[in-house]
Design a protein around this ligand. Structure first.
Ligand SMILES: [Fe+2]
Length: 338
């Protein structure tokens, strides 16, 4: 099965991935982690809900943390559309797809449409949020990584091509994809709507589950400061992978687990502009995927531990019967650590 062709005239205009909602058993602890380590700004605290944003964001929030006694969950994968009119088109599209969209009251957001994708991932679309002042000039208040803005999310899916089908039809273009040598099985898909190589990423694994969300920082020094502060706060073990340099994205990164186990990434700004028609998806053979990158291999937890979405069934990937699967890759990298 090969990757799909891009859809240049989608049924409605998604502009970018923009926000997420996660749950926490202790929102004070979680708030302190994201403000001190990521350097996010608290826009609002309402009871057991904390609304945070990156320092350059003029929207009310990009990360919402809600207190819950359940296992820590990812409740929403949020997207922006260009105008309110696009929301009406989105509703018509999802009704035609029998996906039962519904309007919800989401505080500090304009009209908000919720729907679950065919795999059950809870999605949310809005055209606007309350506007707030950017905090990027308040230098004396900057902390941690000085996280600039919400950048992308990565989901696990048992079959990444099937999981990507809806997003392909919504106009998400593939920047890079990972294949198994020999079989050409597609193991990972990086896709985008905004003008950089990623908004939403799908990686083969038990899913659908939320693997990580990411904030951009301006410098490697900021990234290192985030790690130092995490260590100082007693979260040294939360630095799960990196710092290192990705091969496919070419950017430097670090992955951290928050106090509830949710995984986030802090990374440098994207290396490529992705607007032009001649830019085509780049295939990466996973057996050679570390070419050009550096850093220790990912821990097994990075491949296997993720945040669940509420109340949906997950499926393990079938081993594709290829000479080289993602499982083989995990085994190979784990063996290198032994
Ligand atoms: Fe990422």
């Amino acid at each position: 099965m090969s990757i799909p062709s891009p859809v240049f005239y989608p049924p409605f205009n998604v502009t970018r991935i923009s926000h997420t909602v996660i749950t926490s058993r202790d929102t004070v602890r979680s708030r302190d982690f994201y403000t001190e380590v990521y350097g996010l700004v608290v826009t609002e605290e309402e009871g057991d809900v904390v609304y945070l944003r990156g320092i350059e964001e003029a929207c009310h929030h990009s990360l919402v943390i809600k207190r819950a006694d359940t296992e820590p969950l990812c409740e929403v994968v949020g997207f922006r559309v260009l105008t309110e009119e696009e929301l009406e088109k989105a509703e018509r599209f999802f009704i035609a797809e029998n996906l039962a969209p519904r309007w919800v009251d989401a505080p500090f957001q304009g009209r908000t449409l919720r729907v679950s994708d065919p795999g059950g991932v809870p999605l949310e679309f809005c055209a606007r949020m309350d506007r707030v002042d950017r905090a990027d000039s308040a230098h004396n208040a900057h902390k941690g990584a000085c996280g600039l803005r919400f950048d992308h999310m990565q989901l696990h899916a048992a079959d990444v091509l099937s999981a990507f089908d809806l997003y392909n039809r919504l106009g998400f273009r593939i920047s890079d994809y990972m294949t198994a040598p020999g079989s050409k099985n597609v193991l990972g898909i990086f896709s985008y709507r905004k003008d950089i190589p990623w908004d939403i990423v799908f990686l083969t694994g038990r899913g659908p589950r939320m693997h990580h969300f990411a904030y951009v920082t301006r410098s490697f020094q900021n990234m290192m400061r985030a790690c130092d502060i995490a260590g100082q706060m007693g979260y040294g073990d939360a630095v799960e992978r990196g710092p290192g340099r990705h091969t496919m994205g070419h950017v430097q990164y670090v992955y951290l687990r928050d106090p509830d186990g949710h995984r986030g990434e802090i990374l440098l700004d994207a290396p490529h502009q992705m607007l032009d028609m001649e830019i085509e998806p780049v295939e990466w053979d996973v057996s050679g995927i570390n070419r050009g990158g550096w850093g220790l291999p990912a821990q097994r937890s990075w491949f296997e531990e993720t945040s669940n979405f509420p109340g949906i069934e997950t499926t393990a990937p079938e081993k594709p019967g290829a000479p080289f699967s993602l499982e083989d890759y995990v085994e190979q990298r784990a063996a290198q650590q032994r």
